[in-house]
Design a protein around this ligand. Structure first.
Ligand code: HXC
Length: 258
């Protein structure tokens, strides 16, 4: 499918989705969010895809929601449109793992989009922020909730109330990014990580993703029960037998998603 605001390349069972609105530092407008929701859903359905990488440009993952598109909207419009909520929900309902590869600015909706992915690998040039407060608004696609869960209340309040940016080292230190890599290697390193994930059983990666995400939705006891049941259910798959037999036979497992 041809998109105007992003590109999709599929290689080695990894879909690399690049946001592509260079004139606006990949600001998220309704066309881009619609296309992104479509592209991720498409990758989720595609048998040639087992892991997804979402990235932007060297200068910006995304500098936030498109302020030009938003600025003149009324309360009634933003409420009835419920901007970007359906798109973010579609992206977070993808069952395959999605890695955000962040270089440069990930601000406002851009930071929120990165956090809606499963984990964040960032370049040493990355700058995260929730600067909506400077525009007289607040985060609107999950930032107050997700950032608080990633980095804790104190740092999240600091970010949302002052609008300051967090650099890559602080992002890694505080748990927002899982790894920092040199900017020139961001895509190659993230693709290598994605290829590793793509080699696993698709049923198991989806189960792992679902169980970790459950930690944000429920109590510890319920989450542990959910995990235990998923773990047990995986014994109904051929991939569990293959994975364990391959270990015992000292060979590489060949998962077949069955
Ligand atoms: C629309 C944007 C944009 C944005 C940048 N641009 N961010 N356009 N929406 N969010 C455009 C600029 O207008 C400019 O276009 C071009 O991109 C380059 O940006 P510059 O500002 O010239 O670049 P630079 O000086 O390097 O500064 C980079 C920056 C700055 C620090 C990232 O652009 C910036 O502060 N952007 C806004 C960040 C922000 O406030 N994000 C939160 C948005 S609200 P022209 O045509 O002038 O060359 C949000 C809410 C989410 O995200 C919730 C939604 C429901």
């Amino acid at each position: 499918m041809a998109y105007q605001t992003l590109t999709v390349e599929i290689e080695d069972y990894v879909a690399l989705i690049r946001l592509n609105r260079p004139e606006a530092l990949n600001a998220l407008n309704s066309q881009l969010m619609g296309e992104l929701a479509e592209a991720t859903a498409d990758a989720d359905r595609n048998e040639k895809v087992r892991c997804i990488v979402l990235t932007g440009s060297e200068k910006a993952f995304a500098a936030g929601a498109d302020i030009k598109e938003m600025s003149e909207k009324s309360f009634v419009q933003v409420t009835t449109e419920n901007i970007f909520s359906a798109e973010i929900d579609r992206i977070t309902s993808v069952r395959k793992p999605i890695i955000a590869a962040v270089s440069g600015y990930a601000l406002g909706g851009g930071c929120e989009l990165a956090m809606a992915c499963d984990f964040i690998i960032c370049a040493d040039t990355a700058k995260f922020g929730q600067p909506e407060i400077n525009l007289g608004v607040i985060a609107g696609i999950g930032g107050t909730q997700r950032l608080t869960r990633f980095v804790g209340k104190s740092k999240s309040m600091d970010m949302h109330l002052t609008g300051r940016f967090m650099d890559a080292a602080e992002a890694e230190r505080s748990g927002l990014a899982s790894r920092v890599v040199p900017a020139a290697k961001l895509i190659s390193e993230t693709m290598a990580i994605a290829r590793k994930i793509a080699e696993k059983s698709l049923i198991a990666t989806a189960a792992a993703k679902e169980a970790v995400n459950r930690a944000y939705e429920t109590t510890l006891a319920e989450g542990i029960l959910f995990e235990r049941r998923s773990f047990q259910a995986l014994f109904a798959t051929e991939d569990q037998k293959e994975g364990m037999n391959a270990f015992l036979e000292k060979r590489e497992a060949q998962f077949r998603d069955r």
